[in-house]
Design a protein around this ligand. Structure first.
Ligand code: NDP
Length: 252
């Protein structure tokens, strides 16, 4: 599969996301943290969703210290949240916001790196719950609020092993193939019935805790840091990508 790239030398406007409300999952660390900070710097009010309160609070403080709009914190463990928790979240947000302009589905679990023959069913289910089912539940319950926005953007986070399967990547790889499938189905459904666009984005090797766990022999600094790859995250979230939907992107 040939992935799309964002336009060469893309330069986001400083106020690209002004007035927009954007939910970022896994906002406490890694790429999600960098995206939350970057979205806030470009004017968005960011809703920080994650499972570790202290990390979310640190991002909240950093956004406030940088003069960004006051973010919201949504503490939620996507491995254990029940459907009613998503419904309650959607009700609460609908009570506070006129619309939701975007979701960055970013939170994911790497799970175990093992051959399928030895994989544990429990870990398989946990990876699928966080990486696939949570995306469905969040999207399903937040679609009405996304529909209220003039042109909302949904970004689903993929991976190289979600486009070409590789030995020992187990549930993680399968979950990312499912993510690509979810993106295509949703984009096709929404194409003629709404202004919501849906795309997938593979950040490619980036220096985070997940990457270091997956590739312990690598020199971490050989990979870009999360802050270095934000161009694609901004392009796909902001109006510069209006009309672009159903595509699989690489961040670089
Ligand atoms: P990290 O492990 O650094 O960060 C993952 C984030 O997801 C953390 O904030 C983590 O929270 C959160 N998270 C994990 N499980 C849950 C859960 N059950 N409920 C709520 N939040 C949860 O990963 P990256 O930043 O590297 O990855 C971000 C995305 O990019 C993922 O979708 C990943 O698959 C993808 N990706 C990354 C690549 C890379 O090289 N880094 C390459 C290809 C794809 P906490 O910090 O509290 O644990």
């Amino acid at each position: 599969m040939t992935a799309f790239l964002i336009p060469d030398n893309y330069q986001p406007r400083a106020d690209l996301l002004a007035g927009k409300s954007i939910l970022v999952t896994g906002a406490g660390d890694g790429i999600g943290r960098a995206a939350a900070l970057s979205y806030a710097r470009h004017g968005a009010t960011v809703l920080l969703l994650g499972r570790t309160e202290s990390k979310l609070e640190a991002v909240y403080d950093e956004i406030e210290a940088g003069g960004g709009a006051r973010p919201g914190i949504v503490e939620m463990d996507l491995a254990t949240a029940a459907e009613e928790n998503y419904a309650t979240l959607a009700d609460n947000l609908a009570g506070e916001l006129p619309c939701l302009d975007g979701i960055l589905h970013n939170a994911a679990l790497l799970g175990e790196r093992r051959p399928i023959a030895d994989a544990s069913y429990g870990q398989w289910c946990e990876v699928m719950q966080v990486n696939v089912n949570a995306q469905f539940l969040l999207t399903r319950h937040l679609l009405p609020l996304l529909q209220q926005a003039p042109g909302a953007s949904i970004i689903l986070t993929s991976s190289g092993v979600g486009r070409t399967g590789k030995a020992y990547w187990g549930a993680y790889a399968v979950s990312k193939f499912a993510t690509e499938g979810f993106m295509q189905v949703l984009a096709d459904e929404l194409e003629n019935t709404s202004t919501i666009r849906v795309n997938s984005l593979n950040p490619r090797g980036t220096n985070t805790a997940m990457r270091r766990a997956a590739y312990p022999a690598e020199t971490p600094t050989d990979n870009p840091s999360p802050g270095d790859i934000m161009g694609a995250y901004l392009y796909l979230m902001g109006d510069d990508s209006a009309g672009v939907s159903g595509r699989a992107f690489d961040a670089r």
